[in-house]
Design a protein around this ligand. Structure first.
Ligand code: PEP
Ligand code: MG
Length: 791
C-alpha cells in the first residue's frame, strides 16, 4: 500500500463547483442541534440498511450473488445510481467485484492500481473521498468499459480490516450532489461489515479468497533499524493482538449500549485496581489512567461509539469502527505528540474490546505457534522474557532503540531484531508469515516465494559463517602482531551459561543480576538469590565471573517494585542509588553473593556510581557482610575483587580518588554514551545521533586505559560496542585488552582481532583523535579495508 503520510485526511467537496486538487474540507463541526438531527436520520438509515444486510447474509446463495445483492441494497438505501465494490488483488490492484449501475461486463475486468483514479486514491490513503463533480477531479480515471460517463458525483470509502485496506466501496450519483459527513459515516459503517464478510469468507467465496489472499495481501517490505543481526522466518504473533469481532450487527441497540456501559465500568474498575496495586499514581498506570480519562471524558469518543451502536452495530463493532475512523483521519498526521495519543487510544480501545469480550488475560492465551516472530509497538525486557524463548525466532518493534534493554535481552537470546519499523503493527496480521532481516533492518511481510528462497540461501550462508566462527573458538584470541585480547561473556540468564563454554570465553565479564529479578513475579529472598549465583559459579568453574549488583530503574522495571513515574527515569532513582537508599536490599544481595561464592573467587561490581563516596559506602556494606560470614559459619571468598562500572561522566573527574580504592573498572559504554552526550539511549529519535566512535568518546576511553594502566587497575568494557567488530577494533586502538560481549559476537570479534595489527592501528587512531569530525567511523572502516582487517 502506498504511504499514508503527507496527504489530506478527508476530501469532501461539499459544493457543486469543480474542486481544486487536494481540497480538504472536513470543516468545523456542525452545531449541536444539526448534528443530533442528522445523526438521528443517519442512524435510522444505517440501522435499516444493516438489518437488511443481515437478511441477505442469512438468505444464503453464492458469494457472488450475495455480494451483488449487497451493492443493490446499498444503492437503494442511499438513493445512489451506482454502488460498486472493489476488492484488493495481486500487485496492489483493486478489482471491481460487484456493481449495480455500472456496466456488468466490467465486473472482474476493471482493475485500478492503488493510487490510480479515485478508487485507487482511497485505497492508497485509507481515507474516504466525496466529490460533487468527480470527472473534473485530477485523480479521476475514466474506464470506458464501466460506462460511468453520466455519473457526476462520487463517494467512496476504504474497506478496512486490521488497519489494512482490503477494498473500496463506492457510490455514484448522476446528478451533482453534495455528500456530507453523515453520508460518509454511513458508508463507512457498511464498509466495515463488508470487510468482516470478505475476511470471513461470507461474502467472497472462500476459494476465491484463498487465491486472493495469496495475491491480495501483497508481500510488503518494511524498513527499520537493525537492533540485532541474523535472519528469522516464522509466523507473526502480535504482542497486543486485535480481537477478532465475530458479530457485527445487533438486533437490540439498547442491549448493546448496556454492554458498552458495563464494559466501560469494568475497564474503569480494573484501571483503579491497577492504581491501588501499584500503590502510586505513577508510571505506566498513571499514563493509562490519564489517557483513559482523556478519552473517557472526551464525550466525543464514547458518544461516537454509542452513535455507531444506534446504527445497528454490536458494541464491539462500534468500538472498532470509531477506531478505524480515527486511524484513517490520523493517517496523515505527522505531529508525534498527536500520533502518540493515537497509540494511546489504540491501547484504550483494545482494553475496552477485551472487557467487552469478558477477557482481560493475555491475548496469546498460551497458544503460541511452534515458531514465531513477535511484533510489538515496544516491549520491556521482562515482557519479552514472558514469551516462550524456545519458540521465539525474531522480534520486530515499531519503536525500540539499539541500547534499550529489550534489545540487549534479545541479543542475549540471539534472535534477530528490527526496530523502528513504522507501521508494522497495522501491516501484519496474526499468523502472517514474516521474514526478519536483522542484517539489513528490514521486515518482509507475506514474502513472495523467490524472496523466501533468497533468504533461505542467506540463512545457509549465515550458518556457514557460524560454523566458521565456531571453528574460531579453538583459535587463540590474539592480534596479528601477537597481542592477546581477553574475550568475556555478558550474561544474565541461566540459559546464557552454556555460551560460556560454546564461545570459549575467558569468563563472564558482566553478569546482570537484575535479569533474574525481572523475570520473577516476587522479590527473590536471599536463599533464592544464593542458589542462582551458586549455579552461575558452578557453571563457570574456574573462569572468573563479575557480578554486577542490582541495576534496576530506567527502563528496567521490576513487576513488584513501585513505579515512581519519574520524569527522567534514566537520570532517576536507579542502580546503586537504590542500593544505598535501601541498604537492606543491597546487603541481602551481597550476602547471597558471598554465600554462593564461599571459598571460591568472587568479583563484585557496582553500577551507576557517580561519586567515589558512593563506591566507598557500597564497599562498606560489602565489608559488613563479609564480617558477618564467620557468624553464619560460611567460608569467605578465596579472593574478593571489587570494582565499578564507569557509566557516569562525573566519575571521570575523580579518578585520582577512585583508582586506589578499586580492583577493576568496567566501562558501561551504553550508559556512558547516553550521559556523555545527554542522549537518551532508549529514544529511537536519537538512535544514531551520537557515535561511540566519536573523538570525544574514544578520547575518554583512551584516557581511561592510560590511567588504569598507571594505577594497576584492571580495565574492561562491557557495553554493546564490544560486540561489534568495527567498534571493538576501535577499542583495541584505544588500548583495551579485555572486552565483554554478547554470545553471538564472539566469532566475528575474534576474527577481527586475529586479522588486525594493533600497533599500526593504535598509531592511526592517535592521529585521528584531534579531528573535529563528529565520528571517526569512516576513517576506521577505511583503515580496516586498507589493512585487511576482517569485519
Ligand atoms: C552499559 O551501560 O553499557 C552496561 C553494560 O549496562 P546496561 O546496558 O545493563 O545498563
Ligand atoms: Mg549501564
Amino acid at each position: 500500500m502506498a504511504p499514508n503520510s503527507g496527504t489530506p485526511p478527508l476530501l469532501i467537496d461539499p459544493g457543486l463547483d469543480v474542486p481544486e486538487a487536494g481540497t480538504v474540507a472536513t470543516g468545523a463541526p456542525p452545531d449541536a442541534v444539526t448534528t443530533l438531527r442528522r445523526s438521528a436520520d443517519a442512524a435510522g438509515g444505517a440501522r435499516r440498511l444493516l438489518a437488511r444486510l443481515r437478511d441477505v447474509m442469512a438468505a444464503g446463495g453464492t458469494a457472488q450473488s450475495r455480494l451483488d445483492k449487497i451493492v443493490m441494497l446499498i444503492a437503494a438505501e442511499m438513493g445512489a445510481d451506482v454502488c460498486s465494490c472493489y476488492v484488493m488483488r495481486a500487485g496492489e490492484v483493486l478489482e471491481l467485484f460487484a456493481t449495480i449501475g455500472l456496466n456488468l461486463d466490467a465486473v472482474h475486468k476493471t482493475r485500478l492500481r492503488v493510487g490510480e483514479g479515485l478508487v485507487g486514491d482511497i485505497a492508497a490513503h485509507a481515507r474516504p473521498v466525496a466529490l460533487a463533480n468527480a470527472p473534473s477531479h485530477p485523480n479521476f480515471a475514466y474506464r470506458p468499459e464501466t460506462g460511468e460517463d453520466p455519473f457526476d458525483s462520487f463517494m467512496g470509502v476504504p474497506i478496512l480490516r486490521g488497519g489494512r485496506v482490503r477494498g473500496v466501496l463506492a457510490i455514484q450519483h448522476i446528478a451533482r450532489r453534495a455528500y456530507d459527513e453523515q453520508d460518509v459515516e454511513t458508508l463507512e459503517t457498511i464498509a466495515m461489515v463488508v470487510a468482516e464478510l470478505v475476511a470471513t469468507g461470507e461474502l467472497v467465496d472462500n476459494r476465491e479468497l484463498q487465491v486472493a489472499n495469496d495475491l491480495v495481501l501483497l508481500p510488503s517490505r518494511l524498513d527499520g533499524v537493525s537492533l540485532n543481526r541474523g535472519i528469522a522466518m516464522a509466523v507473526a504473533v502480535l504482542h497486543r493482538p486485535q480481537l477478532t469481532i465475530r458479530q457485527m450487527v445487533a438486533d437490540d441497540p439498547e442491549m448493546e449500549l448496556g454492554r458498552l456501559r458495563e464494559a466501560v465500568d469494568s475497564m474503569h474498575s480494573a484501571i483503579d485496581r491497577l492504581l491501588i496495586l501499584s500503590g502510586e499514581s505513577g508510571g505506566e498506570h498513571h499514563e493509562i489512567i490519564e489517557t483513559y480519562r482523556m478519552f473517557a471524558t472526551d464525550r466525543g469518543w464514547l458518544s461516537r461509539i454509542r452513535e455507531a451502536i444506534r446504527t445497528g452495530l454490536t458494541a464491539e463493532a462500534a468500538v472498532q469502527q470509531v477506531q478505524n475512523d480515527n486511524r484513517a483521519r490520523m493517517a496523515s498526521v505527522t505531529d508525534s505528540y498527536i500520533r502518540e495519543r493515537q497509540l494511546d487510544l489504540d491501547d484504550i480501545t483494545n482494553r475496552l474490546l477485551q472487557h467487552l469480550a469478558g477477557r482481560q488475560d493475555k491475548a496469546d492465551g498460551g497458544t503460541l505457534p511452534e515458531e514465531f516472530v513477535l511484533v510489538a509497538r515496544n516491549l520491556g525486557p521482562a515482557e519479552l522474557l514472558d514469551y516462550d524463548r524456545t519458540r521465539l525466532r525474531g522480534l520486530v518493534l515499531e519503536e525500540g532503540a539499539a541500547y534499550s534493554h529489550v534489545a540487549i535481552v534479545a541479543r542475549a537470546l540471539d534472535i534477530p531484531v528490527v526496530g523502528q519499523c513504522t507501521g508494522v503493527l497495522s501491516r501484519v496480521d496474526p499468523l502472517d508469515f514474516v521474514i526478519v532481516d536483522g542484517d539489513h533492518g528490514q521486515v518482509f511481510v507475506r514474502p513472495a516465494e523467490d524472496i523466501t528462497e533468497a533468504f533461505l540461501k542467506s540463512i545457509e550462508v549465515g550458518e556457514e559463517r557460524k560454523r566458521e566462527f565456531a571453528a574460531a573458538r579453538e583459535l587463540e584470541s590474539v592480534t596479528r602482531d601477537g597481542v592477546p585480547v581477553r574475550l568475556m561473556l555478558n550474561a544474565g540468564l541461566l540459559i546464557d551459561l552454556p555460551h560460556l563454554h560454546a564461545t570459549g570465553a575467558d569468563g563472564i565479564g558482566l553478569y546482570r543480576t537484575e535479569i533474574p529479578f525481572m523475570v520473577r513475579h516476587t522479590y527473590p529472598d536471599t536463599a533464592v538469590q544464593k542458589e542462582t549465583y551458586a549455579k552461575v559459579l558452578d557453571e563457570a568453574g574456574d573462569k572468573p565471573v563479575t557480578f554486577r549488583t542490582l541495576d534496576v530503574g530506567g527502563d528496567k522495571t521490576l513487576p513488584y517494585f513501585p513505579d515512581l513515574g519519574e520524569e527522567n527515569p534514566a537520570l532517576g532513582w536507579r542502580a546503586i542509588r537504590i542500593g544505598l537508599d535501601r541498604p537492606a536490599m543491597l546487603r541481602k544481595q551481597l550476602r547471597a553473593l558471598l554465600w554462593a561464592a564461599a571459598g571460591r573467587d568472587l568479583r563484585v561490581m557496582f553500577p551507576m556510581v557517580a561519586e567515589v563516596s558512593e563506591f566507598i559506602r557500597a564497599r562498606r556494606v560489602l565489608d559488613l557482610e563479609l564480617r558477618r560470614l564467620a557468624q553464619d559459619g560460611v567460608a569467605p571468598p578465596r579472593d574478593l575483587k571489587v570494582g565499578v562500572m564507569m557509566e557516569v561522566p562525573a566519575l571521570l573527574f575523580q579518578l585520582d580518588a577512585l583508582l586506589p580504592n578499586i580492583d577493576f573498572m568496567s566501562v558501561g559504554s551504553n550508559d556512558l554514551l547516553q550521559y556523555l552526550f545527554a542522549s537518551d539511549r532508549g529514544n529511537p529519535m536519537l538512535n544514531n545521533r551520537y557515535d561511540l566512535l566519536s573523538p570525544a568518546m574514544l578520547s575518554v576511553l583512551r584516557m581511561l586505559v592510560r590511567r588504569c594502566e598507571a594505577a594497576g587497575v584492571q580495565l574492561s568494557l562491557c557495553g554493546e560496542m564490544a560486540s561489534r567488530p568495527l567498534d571493538a577494533m576501535a577499542l583495541l586502538g584505544c588500548g583495551f585488552r579485555t572486552l565483554s560481549m554478547s554470545p553471538g559476537a564472539f566469532g566475528e570479534v575474534k576474527t577481527m582481532i586475529r586479522s588486525v595489527d594493533v600497533g599500526v592501528l593504535q598509531q592511526f587512531l592517535d592521529s585521528l583523535l584531534g579531528r573535529p569530525d563528529r565520528s571517526l567511523r569512516l576513517h576506521l572502516l577505511a583503515f580496516a579495508r586498507d589493512h585487511g582487517v576482517r569485519l
